[in-house]
Design a binder for this molecule. Structure first.
Ligand code: FAD
Length: 496
């Protein structure tokens, strides 16, 4: 039993952990409830159109490089990961467009047109944000915490000040930019981790700073090709995958997690159990102790998203690969998501057009578009009609696209696939459909305070993924896989 491990869930975190364990002599089996791997980094293919289900941007490449090296998988070597000169186009309601780019002259011209003197300020914002990123990585993100004192001590008070945890991200951006569009452009990235920049610490200024410093990349074949690379490596190492096999229970005995029980009641025993499924879901649905689960229920949860995937029979060249539409209703839009748990009438949203760099994502002269609209998470105490919100939000998106010269877009949609917060909850077992966490990334739910990657009582039960340490987003998930594996194997997996 000692060298056997089962992993619940074939998300990026589950597969990467399976590889680390298999490389270190474990006999690993992965049980996944759905028919294919990837979870929130999954893929939909229909009529020649290829969509990334969730993740679409490869940012923070240094982390990918480090973790993939430790996994023994070549990633950037085969030229299949394309650097993007333009990170994303940001569209404002007055039809102004700001393209975040690695071309400094282009950035300068655009910034100065919006606000005189703002380019130099943006450089300072990015420089300082990148320092926060590096400090955050070393002190808060890429390490396992053993004791509270490693987190809450005198030395760390200085660290928390350095990490700008005392001021909201939006207020911090206000110190740099007078123009509201620039303030929005440098803070909307908070939504990547399911937060409002009005309520989250300026620590998260590290996201645009990392994007602008390290660049943004797109893998040929889409983000799902990252999952395929992981799957290939896992299979080569002998990891066995079982799909359409939902785990119904973790069988415990004293202080031990003994086995998993599948839906068909079969029992699989293992020395180590790793849960990649959403952590609050695991405590609530798979484990016996309901007290811890009730505590997790009282924690803060990230927002959710309504996503639309469209196969179109026309190409709209005005869209770039990554497009961010920021509504002048920015604040109201965020409050509607986080306070009302709903979607604003004129929402900010994101559009992915993968065929711009990878033509294989759509049939010739056709297009593949995915939309992500921030939405409140499922809240049983609120009246939420997701079908109605899905319909209204679709109308709002089409109206906004019309202003960009896409008047006939609706007539060219061949098919649509949509995921609401309820769908995320039902299809992937993500608590409240809070796809960017699920647990929120406020300071009191990060670092030592985020649910740990090892169960407090069942010491052979571990967690990996967005709802444990360090948090959500593929770079964090890769770190999570490494940290959880290091804890299991009791050794460092760094290549350096
Ligand atoms: C719309 C959207 C856009 C995003 N954009 C980006 C982006 O551009 N860049 C980026 O880096 N990140 C992005 N992310 C975040 C990223 O996709 C996630 O952080 C990451 O994929 C989560 O991986 P994970 O390993 O934690 O778990 P998951 O992907 O949630 O995988 C968990 C797996 O467990 C399975 N499971 C659940 N319950 C059971 C059970 N009982 N039995 C068996 N299996 C079970 C699920 O089916 C799932 O396959 C985005 C996410 C979303 C939703």
């Amino acid at each position: 039993m000692n060298k056997t491990a089962v992993v619940i869930g074939a998300g990026v975190g589950g597969i990467a952990t399976a590889i680390f364990l298999a490389k270190n002599g474990y006999n690993v089996s992965v049980y996944e409830k759905n028919s294919s791997p990837g979870g929130r980094c999954g893929q939909i293919v229909r009529d020649g159109h290829r969509f990334d289900l969730g993740a679409t941007m490869l940012i923070m490449p240094v982390i990918y490089r480090e973790v993939f090296e430790a996994l023994g998988i070549p990633l950037f070597e085969d030229d299949q990961i394309i650097p993007l000169e333009d990170l994303y186009k940001i569209y404002f309601d007055n039809n102004e467009i700001l393209t975040f780019s690695s071309d400094k002259e282009k950035m300068k011209t655009q910034h100065e047109k919006i606000e005189s003197g703002s380019y130099i300020k943006s450089q300072k914002y990015v420089h300082d944000g990148y320092e926060i990123f590096q400090t955050g990585m070393n002190e808060l993100i890429a390490r396992n915490f053993e004791h509270l004192f490693q987190f809450a001590n005198f030395k760390n008070i200085g660290m928390l000040i350095k990490l700008k945890t005392y001021i909201s991200n939006y207020r911090y951006a206000k110190k740099f930019f007078r123009d509201p569009h620039l303030r929005m452009a440098y803070t909307f990235q908070n939504i990547y981790v399911g937060q409002s920049p009005f309520d989250s610490p300026a620590l998260f200024s590290m996201v645009p700073a990392a994007e602008l410093t390290e660049g943004s990349f797109f893998p040929r074949g889409g983000m799902y090709s990252i999952v395929e690379k992981l799957m290939d490596a896992a299979s080569t190492l002998g990891v066995r995958f079982y799909f359409n096999k939902p785990v119904n229970k973790i069988q415990t005995n004293g202080n031990n997690a003994e086995s998993i029980i599948l839906e068909d009641m079969s029992e699989i025993k293992a020395g180590i159990i790793v849960a990649n499924a959403d952590l609050p879901y695991v405590y609530r649905n798979l484990l016996p102790d309901k007290r811890k689960s009730a505590r997790l229920d009282r924690m803060k949860y990230s927002c959710s998203a309504i996503c639309y995937h469209w196969g179109l029979d026309k190409v709209y060249p005005q869209l770039g690969q990554h497009n961010v539409f920021l509504s002048d209703d920015f604040r109201k839009g965020l409050d509607t998501i986080f306070k009302d748990k709903s979607v604003n009438d004129q929402p900010s949203f994101y559009v992915h057009a993968p065929a711009r760099t990878d033509p294989s994502a759509a049939p010739k002269d056709h297009d593949t578009l995915s939309f992500v609209v921030g939405a409140g998470h499922v809240d049983k105490n609120k009246k939420q009609d997701w079908d109605d919100l899905k319909r209204k939000t679709r109308i709002a998106l089409i109206e906004r696209l019309k202003k960009l010269g896409m008047e006939d877009v609706e007539a060219h949609i061949k098919f649509e696939i949509c995921h609401t917060p309820e769908d995320w909850e039902n299809e992937l077992n993500i608590s409240r459909g809070s796809v960017f966490g699920s647990l929120a990334h406020n300071l009191m739910q990060m670092g030592y305070f985020r649910p740990h990657n090892q169960h407090g009582k069942y010491k052979n039960l571990y967690f990996v993924g967005g709802s444990t340490h360090p948090g959500n987003g593929i770079p964090n998930i890769l770190i999570s896989a490494k940290l959880t594996s290091e804890r299991i194997l009791n050794k460092s997996l760094s290549k350096k």
